[in-house]
Design a protein around this ligand. Sequence first.
Ligand SMILES: [Zn+2]
Length: 215
Amino acid sequence: MHHIFFTMAALIASPPSFISGGIAANSSPSAWVERFVSLPGNHFYCSVPRDFIADSFNHLSLPDLPCQREALSLILSTATGGTMPPPRLEASARVLYGLIHARFILTPRGMEAMRRKHAASDFGRCPRTLCHGESLLPTGASDVLGRGCVKGFCPRCCDLYDTPSTLDGASWGTTFPHLFTQQNIRERWGPFDHKGKFQPRVFGFRLRGPEERHY
Ligand SMILES: [Zn+2]
């Protein structure tokens, strides 16, 4: 319920930016974010700007995580290089970033960042022959942490595919690909593209569907 409230509120309007902890508004990603998204296997993530991460509105109803305040400070850190943070803190920061990321990609700025990644096929391509290599969109099977890895949604055949990634699907959530499709792809294909539907034939004759068969 809280998630639905958040999503609707974020879509209707961006609230006035409330910057906590005296951190100046900054639409660029922090040094931690730049490092994190460039790690091998993290290319499904886009860079969330510091001002979005710092805005306490975007933390509403997040689950409690270990060392959450310290993790938030780490994510917003502008320090480059130096020693690595303790593993527990780094792990908490990664989970927190994923949850904020899932919210960011539903906003106009996040949607635009993901549109550029989709155009570059950063999320992989549909393996189905009749989809002709359509670029996939990342999606979670759930909005809750720990319910499965990120999947690839094909907006052409509307099916889900496994990806090589083992990242938690909650970092993308269940809404993103469908909202993205409504805003970016429907115009290209119309309500639904049935042209790519596979039609089984024997000697050129169309086979009846399973519900029509009597053998
Ligand atoms: Zn497909």
